[in-house]
Design a protein around this ligand. Sequence first.
Ligand code: ARG
Length: 465
Amino acid sequence: MSLWGGRFKKNINQDFEKFNKSLHIDYILIKEDIITSIAWSKSLLQAKIISHQEQIKIEAELNKLLIITNKNPKKILCSKEEDIHSWVENRLVENIGPVGKKIHTGRSRNDQITTDLKIWCKKNIKKIYCSIIQFQEKLVKIAEKNSNTIMSGYTHLQRAQPIIFGHWCLAYYEMMQRDKSRLQDSFSRLNTCPLGSGALAGNSWNIDRMTLSKNLNFLQPTKNSLDSVSDRDYVIDIVSAASISMLHLSRFAEDLIFFSSGESKFIELDDEISSGSSLMPQKKNPDILEIIRSKCGKIYGLLINILVIFKGLPLSYNKDMQEDKEILFNTIHTWNSCIKMSSLTIKKIKINKKKCLLASKSDYSNATELANYLVTKGIPFRESHNITGNIVLYAIKNRSSLENLKISDFKKYHSLIENDVYDFLKIEKIIEKYNSYGGTSINQVKKSIKQAKKEILKSKKLKFT
Ligand code: ARG
């Protein structure tokens, strides 16, 4: 049964009724809608709109509905109601009679939906935050196990300088730290209660919005009733935080796809999380990572979707806004499953240390150190860079690594190069030198791991308020 009727002479067109319906999406908000309805009934009591007995009756019935729907949320879907608010209100009227008809006094579905949605967002921000912490824990664990595993670092996807595998893990740990901070930001901005803003103008019933906001665990009530019912910045905030985080996960996926390819073979994915080919019996494919990489595109699509819905939308509430929930629910679900799959991948990763080391020693990744060596002999860097470039060219021509060149070869390029150059070119020595704050030396990586562990503990204790 619809929540209106008096003004209409004709029944609703059945196709339009279907088109207008959002219950199949917003039934997810059943718990939140009941919680806000109970809080609203208390405000109605406080404002002397309903009696004590009536409030108790309403609250008891709402609690009953909560238990029933908790057991079987799909039960809601069998109904013909337009949305979750109609479903709850009509069950109330059905089960406790005329008293139930009082619940909507001074309230609109416009302030109701955004209150429900904000409560849902608060819960789900915490859920994603926890999933990120778990992913970070796995990254730190693998970083610790590989705090002296040398691998090749890349720029332009060309071997560049040797790095520590743990250092690579911690790069993603840092990205996740920022993703968490964006979630905290979103949480603190959305923590205001819109209930009591009515359809758009506020309400005329002397509702104590301070107490209402407190009862619903918000920091304070929203300040402007027009803004209250129109604002979905918090949905956009979350979808945009998800977009940046998915960008990070897609880079993580791409790195690992490359590391697991036959071209590098630095890692091997566990059988449990790999797929085969229906035709080529030898194949072991990183589908899990490819799906993560692809889901990033889906979230960008959802971000554009929500932005375009709200662009140029006049104040205050418009039904366009109903489309926000499918986007938000889809975003949270996809984002969370990608974080979980990233955790699973890193937890089960096998690292081929020999291959990692070999790659780090190939393609003249120690050339920068030769240039730095010449700097220690008093040659300006730009000059030493050029000399080293010439030596690399010579080595390429002679199919030799830098460390295998004879001292007489080096001397042809600069007389100041002595036997101590060979020590400079050793990979382990190189790593050791990158010891300034945030560098890839084993010492720095170990320090970062310690720091990350402390930060994780702090995150675990964080109270979202
Ligand atoms: N289902 C709507 C939404 O999700 C809330 C109801 C507001 N409807 C209205 N006709 N004012 O936004």
